[in-house]
Design a protein around this ligand. Structure first.
Ligand SMILES: CC(C)(COP(=O)(O)OP(=O)(O)OC[C@H]1O[C@@H](n2cnc3c(N)ncnc32)[C@H](O)[C@@H]1OP(=O)(O)O)[C@@H](O)C(=O)NCCC(=O)NCCS
Length: 182
């Protein structure tokens, strides 16, 4: 999906929100690795990442052509500092209306409004793509993410007490959230 929009951050800088393409593969992978090393709230550890640079390039090019999916990137001063994405849960009749949402922003850029910008842009894309429901899971003590999601309209519909097994802290409860798009 193609997307482009500029927002002004809380410190006055401009941030470009746009779909990532194959040309961004290296920068996207490097911000992915950085964000996954900065927090224990994401699903994978960097040593478990199965994706190569060529696969990432192919994935981003595929997303660009995909009418129902996007890998959104946030760029500040020409640097990619965060990303978010929506993807169809499964392309079968009973599930085609549901999309999953994921997001991460480089710690150096937290609190500036990038997370909100990425989330709102992805919601807009999910609506445009015709999804009925956007879904996510967040670690229960990830207050920043939960507060962002609630304020964007996501509603909790359940919890999984043993959702993640962290190498650092053991069991992490997951909050299941959904946003109706109609
Ligand atoms: C969650 C995350 C994406 C938020 O990104 P961000 O760019 O810092 O978010 P924003 O600056 O747009 O803030 C959005 C909202 O988050 C909340 N928030 C931000 N900083 C916060 C803090 N220190 N404490 C509590 N809430 C906070 C506020 O509700 C804020 O809303 P506001 O616009 O009214 O101030 C970012 O912290 C991150 O990447 N965390 C690590 C990865 C992660 O947890 N991803 C989500 C997995 S489910």
């Amino acid at each position: 999906m193609i997307y482009k929009m500029t927002i002004t951050l809380k410190d006055g800088r401009e941030c470009l929100l746009r779909n990532g393409t194959g040309d961004d593969a290296e920068a996207v992978l490097s911000v992915f690795i950085a964000t996954h090393e900065q927090t224990d709230y994401l699903t994978t550890y960097t040593d478990e990442m199965p994706i190569t640079l060529d696969e990432e390039r192919e994935f981003l090019d595929k997303c660009t052509e995909d009418e129902r999916g996007i890998e959104m990137i946030a760029e500040v001063g020409g640097k990619i500092v965060g990303n978010a994405g929506i993807a169809c849960i499964k392309n079968v009749d009973k599930l085609r209306h549901r999309a999953s949402f994921g997001i991460s922003v480089d710690k150096e850029y937290w609190g500036l409004g990038i997370g909100r910008g990425l989330t709102e842009s992805c919601i807009e894309c999910a609506k445009n793509a015709g999804y009925t429901q956007l879904e996510l899971e967040a670690v229960a003590d990830n207050e920043t993410a939960l507060s962002l999601y609630r304020s964007a309209g996501f509603v909790e519909y359940g919890r999984n007490p043993k959702g993640f097994k962290s190498r650092i802290s053991g069991w992490q409860e997951l909050v299941l959230m959904r946003l109706e798009l109609e």
